[in-house]
Ligand binder design. Structure first.
Ligand SMILES: O=P(O)(O)OC[C@H]1O[C@H](O[C@H]2O[C@H](CO)[C@@H](O)[C@H](O)[C@H]2O)[C@H](O)[C@@H](O)[C@@H]1O
Ligand SMILES: O=c1ccn([C@@H]2O[C@H](COP(=O)(O)OP(=O)(O)O)[C@@H](O)[C@H]2O)c(=O)[nH]1
Length: 961
């Protein structure tokens, strides 16, 4: 048994690898990751090599970067930002270089790759101090902290400065102030911010992506309707795209961030297809069942898919995204990502990290040491528990406090020995849900402090404010137990920062299993379900009482992770994979046939005298099928039907005496009869095993000894899988069986198909002489050797004889959405090249040049003996209709098909008069591609028009063929 897969192997052209920096030259072909030739061939080889080069360059650059960081330090402009103190400056994340965006200075890092980071929020928020004067404050949030750690690239940051600037003077002054920090503002007015940021982003997407569901649509308030908010969202994304366009320099990597900018990849690619675009989501991506509740679910997914690379914090989120694309968009999910018409969007997990060195170094600073001393004195004799969160419902702050209350309730001996410090940074304060949360938390804290507090001490210190970097580091360092109880959290960097600051104390981390960080710090932390208040309360007890050696082991595990999986590594890996994705895409594109030059095909058609059109049926002459199967209950109605808009052109074309049309399909005879019975053409059913001129009877060419004993066993297997796979069905044809799961749940269908194949491969029929042909959503079993390419030989012989052809066929157009196995029909008409001549390289610019075919090679046709086989009765699998079958005629005519009566050749495809064309299958051996059956309609209509116009001018008559 042979199994053929629809996938085509991709060959790699090593000349197209990205240029590596000079430093890399000495490292080609090293022992770690290259093949013998020293040039990486596979994606993994390339990525491993890139990683090695990064490490190598980093070691060379480290000394230099230190110097540059100090050199670029500009404390004056950031005196108010504790995060940008003597060693922390935005300058350190971006190189200085003259460029189009007004960022001046040049240094030795100018050759670094330019990275445009596009995020809703800039790392600084602007506060207006006068008509043309601005004060910049560092923005709070994990996205900003992580990206501030990215130093490897020459970075520009494009985003919203968190403020409405309606006047030009203010805008100009802000642009200037931000340019010093390598930041470029996007100006959003109040109304847009309200609808886009407060509305669509934070009231709809944010809760939905964190499994909190969609809010009720308020019909009375237009500002709270999905549609108006989504419109504003799209508009805001367009505005970001405009700014990117303005600052983009060819070769830049554009990295879009987060749920605010899901529409951006599409906007960017529409403006410039060549732009390298990555998109990273900082929140969870929910199960497809959650995403499908979103009214704009399709548009958002499609827009994100326009990116070259899509990244998530965890494999789970990536899996959910791929699953949403397969289930909601009906696209193909592969281990690499999501495939749509041969174009791949790579999807992968890139867990973010922090700049751990920055925290470790900060602990040595005198001001941090002072802070730590103060805190230790303040809380002497008490264990310190810490929570640091934006005041957001996803952070589970009420749940955390209630668990702490339960702990105090159950452990009276701890009441005066432990304190919970909760830093709750105000965030998104214009959104009503956040306002409600603030009051709720205040109320709970007040109640608990009232219950367990004394005149001198309270158990909970709750701060509605942010801390500066040094205060935060000091707090992390003196903490005994950190408590992270997010109900859902993309990653949660607070947990990483805590670990980085605990080298000496080795405190315990209690971490929600619903934070992305649980996947990386799970082994060292105590994982909890934040909804289970009892579990969290007992974990607090366990953590406070944990023996030193266990704390040490747990801490060590986490510390190693946090210090190796840094934000620098995260960004470098993402950008490196993005670059590689582009290389991979170029290699793929080279495999895709160029679009059919319809004008040329029509022109050649008009100029030839004896034309042959071979047309596939399904997905070529039929309407595209709704692959999602939402109309699955009407499967019967979805049996293939000729497109209504093709009926007229096809009928006219059939009347052209110089044209022979053959519909060659896998479908059975009844389907072709129903659709084409009253056209004047040839029908070849079941991949050419049956043939009929519509004026005559069906003939068969099935070999006499065709073994069909396997049919019952395969039918039995197909029945079994059909019963167990809702909305799948199978078709019993006379020479093959097809199990089709295109209307079934995609993932389940694929799993079932895998099982089915496994069974066919290894089960009782594994030794039968069968071909198992995999379609994208089907499995077909046929006798060995049954293909369209094998059949065309006999079909052609019969037609030539039947029509008494005197002139050779001088034009062939063969179009279809054929399975890989049947693509041998395309090669059938190709001239045979001398073996020493390399295969022609596919080009997108010039149509392929072909030699004229003077004679069909016998090597591609059946042997004389085969063709002379005696006729035999039709095998019966199951006959729903009885046909008159004249096998004798079909078989014997094949003999003469090699030459015309006068002895000249059947085919004379002078010049490029052969057009093989795949419809909507980009991985194809055809010479050309038509995007969809719509294009097939266009082509056939133009051929018809060309004939009718030609006929009118030369006055020829219309005769049937
Ligand atoms: O910009 P804001 O609306 O004030 O919100 C702050 C940020 O919150 C979210 O952060 C997420 O990113 C972190 C880093 O990847 C991750 O650890 C955390 O779990 C996420 O919640 C949001 O995604 C950012 O865009 C905001 O800037
Ligand atoms: O007073 C504070 C409290 C927190 N953070 C920072 O805010 C970020 C929070 O990131 P996380 O990933 O934990 O959650 P997010 O707020 O992004 O959802 C961390 O880097 C904190 O250091 C801060 O800058 N000041």
């Amino acid at each position: 048994m042979s199994i053929s897969s629809p996938d085509t192997c991709i060959s790699h052209n090593n000349n197209n690898l990205p240029n590596l920096s000079n430093k890399s030259n000495g490292m080609r072909g090293n022992k770690y990751n290259c093949n013998n030739s020293g040039t990486p061939r596979t994606r993994l080889e390339r990525l491993l090599r890139e990683r090695e080069l990064r490490k190598f360059n980093k070691s060379l650059n480290d000394g230099e970067t230190e110097l540059l960081n100090n050199d670029s330090f500009s404390p004056d402009s950031f005196e108010a930002f504790s995060w940008f103190n003597d060693e922390e400056s935005l300058e350190t994340i971006s190189a200085n270089r003259n460029s189009t965006d007004g960022c001046e200075r040049q240094d030795s890092r100018a050759s670094r790759e330019r990275l445009l980071v596009v995020a809703n929020r800039l790392p600084v928020s602007a506060v207006r101090r006068g008509v043309d004067s601005w004060h910049l404050e560092i923005s709070v949030g994990g996205l900003v902290s992580a990206l501030l750690g990215v130093k490897e690239f020459e970075t520009r940051w494009i985003g919203w400065a968190g403020v409405n600037v309606p006047d030009e003077i203010g805008q100009r002054a802000l642009i200037k102030a931000l340019a010093e920090k390598r930041c470029i503002p996007v100006f959003l007015d109040e109304e847009i911010v309200h609808q886009y940021y407060n509305g669509y982003c934070n009231n709809i997407l944010w809760p939905l992506f964190h499994y909190l569901g969609l809010p009720q649509e308020d019909r009375l308030a237009t500002t709270r309707s999905f549609q108006s908010q989504f419109d504003a969202y799209k508009k805001a994304n367009q505005m970001f795209a405009e700014v990117v366009k303005e600052h983009y320099v060819e070769g830049d990597v554009v990295w879009c961030h987060d749920y605010h900018l899901m529409f951006l990849p599409k906007c960017l690619k529409e403006r410039n297809r060549k732009m390298k675009v990555g998109w990273f989501l900082h929140t969870p991506f929910p199960s497809s069942e959650i995403h499908r509740t979103l009214p704009s679910r399709l548009e958002l997914l499609r827009s994100v898919l326009a990116a070259d690379l899509v990244g998530f914090h965890t494999y789970d989120y990536a899996r959910h995204f791929v699953s949403a694309c397969t289930r909601i968009l009906g696209l193909e999910g592969t281990p690499e990502g999501v495939e749509d018409q041969g174009r791949l969007t790579r999807v992968a997990a890139f867990p973010i990290g922090i700049d751990s060195d920055r925290f470790i170094r900060a602990l040595e600073l005198p001001q941090v040491q002072d802070h730590m001393k103060e805190l230790k004195e303040r809380f002497a004799g008490r264990k310190v528990m810490l929570g640091v969160d934006r005041l957001d419902m996803i952070k589970g702050i009420p749940q955390k406090i209630l668990a702490f209350e339960k702990f105090l309730e159950e452990n009276p001996n701890w009441r005066d020995k432990v304190v919970l410090l909760q830093i709750a940074v105000p965030t998104r304060t214009d959104v009503p849900e956040y306002q409600k949360l603030t009051s709720q938390v205040h109320e709970i804290v007040g109640r608990i402090n009232g219950r367990f507090g004394t005149l001198t001490a309270v158990p909970i210190h709750h701060l509605d404010r942010s801390l500066d970097f040094h205060a935060l580091c000091a707090l992390y360092a003196v903490t005994d137990v950190a408590l992270v109880t997010s109900l859902r959290d993309g990653m949660n960097l607070v947990s990483y920062e805590f670990v980085a600051c605990q080298a000496s104390k080795k405190g315990v981390l209690i971490l929600s299993e619903f934070a992305g960080a649980a996947q990386s710090l799970g082994a060292g932390a105590i994982l909890v379900n934040p909804w289970n208040v009892t579990e969290v309360a007992s974990s607090i007890g366990y953590a406070l009482n944990m023996p030193a050696d266990e704390r040490e082991k747990r801490h060590h595990h986490n510390f190693v992770h946090v210090t190796t999986h840094t934000s620098q590594e995260w960004a470098a890996t993402f950008v490196s994979e993005l670059n590689d994705t582009i290389v991979e895409a170029q290699l793929r594109t080279r495999q895709i046939p160029p679009p059919l030059p319809i004008e040329v095909a029509v022109d050649r058609y008009a100029k030839s005298n004896n034309r042959l059109l071979i047309l596939g049926f399904n997905a070529t002459l039929t309407e595209p099928v709704d692959t999602l199967g939402r109309k699955g209950s009407q499967i019967k109605e979805m049996e293939p039907k000729l497109r209504p808009d093709l009926q007229e052109p096809l009928r006219k074309l059939c009347d052209d005496p110089k044209t022979t049309i053959v519909v060659l399909s896998g479908s059975d005879r009844s389907v072709l009869d129903d659709n084409f019975g009253d056209y004047s053409m040839w029908l070849a059913a079941e991949n050419g095993m049956f043939l009929r001129a519509t004026k005559g009877d069906w003939m068969t060419t099935m070999p006499e000894n065709l073994n069909m004993e396997w049919v019952d066993s395969v039918k039995h297997v197909f029945e079994y899988f059909t019963e167990r796979t809702p909305r799948s069905h199978f078709e019993l044809r006379e020479t093959s069986l097809i199990w089709n799961y295109k209307y079934a749940d995609v993932e389940f269908g694929r799993l079932q198909a895998r099982d089915l194949l496994q069974h066919l491969w290894t089960g009782p029929i594994s030794n039968a002489s069968l071909d198992v042909v995999q379609g994208s959503r089907s499995i077909e079993v046929r006798s060995v050797g049954v293909t369209k390419g094998a059949a065309i030989d006999r079909i052609l012989g019969e037609i030539v004889h039947n029509k008494g052809m005197k002139e050779p066929i001088d034009y062939v157009l063969c179009i279809g959405h054929f399975l890989a196995k049947d693509e041998d029909i395309y090669t059938f008409f190709e001239p045979e090249l001398p073996s020493e001549v390399p295969a022609p390289v596919r080009s997108h610019v010039t149509p392929p040049v072909r030699t004229s075919v003077s004679k069909l090679s016998t090597s591609r046709s059946l042997s004389r003996e085969d063709r002379l086989k005696k006729h035999r009765p039709m095998p019966t699998i199951e006959r729903s209709k009885s046909y008159h079958v004249n096998t004798d005629v079909f078989q014997s005519r094949v003999v003469d098909r090699m030459s015309l009566q006068e002895g000249s050749s059947v085919l004379d495809l002078q010049g490029d008069n052969y057009f093989s064309c795949s419809v909507a299958r980009k991985r194809s051996n055809a010479r050309y591609l038509l995007g969809s059956s719509d294009d097939a309609v266009k082509l056939l209509t133009e051929l018809t028009n060309s004939w009718i116009n030609g006929m009118n001018t030369d006055g020829s008559t219309m005769e049937g063929n």
